[in-house]
Design a binder for this molecule. Structure first.
Ligand code: PMP
Length: 362
């Protein structure tokens, strides 16, 4: 059996899941580890979410609404789109997997950036799709010219990630727009904007205005980051009803749980919380830049709520040493950025401790 599995899975390079707080707590006997590894919101979700969660727990014996209609309606309202243009999933992770399933025929190719969000490559491998990886440009941004060069008759889908994870870099608005407009309309362009709510630059491409004219564009956003609901798993896609129809055909029947649906609606209503989270993230990112400059530690400027910081030597070793000091970050090596650590921008207290522990390593 093991031999069989090894053979069937030989094309899958695998995903290195990070350590969670409970593991580190136990391993090093640390009271309260600080996790800066998954780009979560250090301020949590909107306070409005707590009450609806408590209320919804009374109903967990009942299956959730299969289509998450109220949540889709709330999102449609929020974005001024029709409900048919909204898809909800068990995190954008699930949606990325479903999208790959739509294009895993022998004759299909999927173009994706690399390094980028690891799940594009992983799902392409595990679902037996044909992937075409395109490296980033010299400034670590999406190399749209090279992606365009890879387009051929087989191309079924293109993943774009903006800002890109793990680099935190953003591509210019005009370049993304130009690229999307030039892609033949029988190719699906998926624009993953997991960090959308954190964006402040006028050069950031929002994409929504183009949706009406570009039915081959799907935008992915999530409640896991600025909305602070990573633990509930809600992501969504905005795009043409035809694409969403096919995603609905193949998703799990109850892919968005009850509590998640209610909490996401409540979170969406509290835009003040998003503004606060965005402002604090910007302020704390600046604080980190300043402290890293002072400590003489290299880093890459980011548009998102995480940044790449130079590791002293091997990134896995550095991450392990930080873990033993109670700080969980992502080593860059498995993310395709060796020698770096991907670190979430935390609260001021978390950031102060991070800087202190980083200095001990260097
Ligand atoms: N896309 C990107 C670029 C991400 O960074 C992440 C989270 N790490 C996801 C998608 C998946 O997010 P979720 O499944 O929590 O919505």
């Amino acid at each position: 059996l093991v031999k069989r599995l090894e053979k069937n899975m030989s094309q899958v390079s695998g995903y290195e899941a990070g350590q969670d707080k409970a593991e580190i707590k136990k391993k090093y006997n640390i009271e309260e580890p600080i996790k800066l590894a998954s780009n979560e919101n250090p301020y949590g979700p909107s306070p409005e979410v707590k009450d609806v969660i408590a209320d919804e727990t009374a109903r967990v014996a009942e299956y959730p609404a299969s289509k998450a209609t109220e949540l889709r309606e709330a999102l449609a309202d929020f974005y001024d789109l029709s409900t048919e243009m909204v898809f909800t999933g068990n995190g954008t992770d699930e949606i990325i997997g479903l999208l790959v399933e739509l294009f895993n025929g022998e004759e299909d190719e999927i173009i994706y950036p690399d390094p980028s969000f690891a799940k594009y490559k992983l799902y392409i491998q595990s679902k037996n799709a044909n992937g075409v990886a395109v490296t980033l440009d010299d400034d670590l941004r999406l190399d749209l010219d090279r992606m365009a060069e890879e387009i051929n008759k087989k191309t079924g889908m293109i993943f774009l990630c903006d800002p890109n994870n793990p680099t935190g870099t953003m591509q210019q608005k005009s370049k993304i727009r130009e690229f999307i407009n030039a892609v033949p309309d029988d190719i699906l362009v998926v624009l993953d904007q997991a960090y959308h709510e954190y964006m402040t630059s006028g050069e950031y491409y929002q994409g929504l205005d183009e949706l009406a004219e570009r039915p081959n564009l799907l935008i992915l956003r999530t409640f896991s980051k600025a909305y602070g609901l990573a633990g509930l798993r809600v992501g969504y896609g905005l795009g043409s009803a035809e694409i969403i129809h096919y995603l609905d055909q193949i998703r799990d029947t109850f892919n968005c749980n009850r509590i998640a649906q209610r909490a996401a609606i409540a979170a969406l209503r509290d835009q003040q919380h998003i503004q606060m989270s965005r402002a604090k993230n910007q302020q704390e990112r600046e604080y980190l830049y300043q402290e890293l400059d002072q400590a003489g530690i290299d880093y890459i400027k980011s548009e998102a709520n995480f940044l790449l910081i130079a590791a002293p030597g091997d990134s896995r070793e550095a991450a392990a040493r930080l873990e033993s000091k109670g700080i969980i970050v992502k080593p860059g090596a498995p993310l395709g950025v060796p020698g770096m650590l991907r670190v979430t921008v935390g609260s001021r207290t978390e950031n102060e401790i991070l800087i202190e522990k980083l200095q001990e390593l260097h």
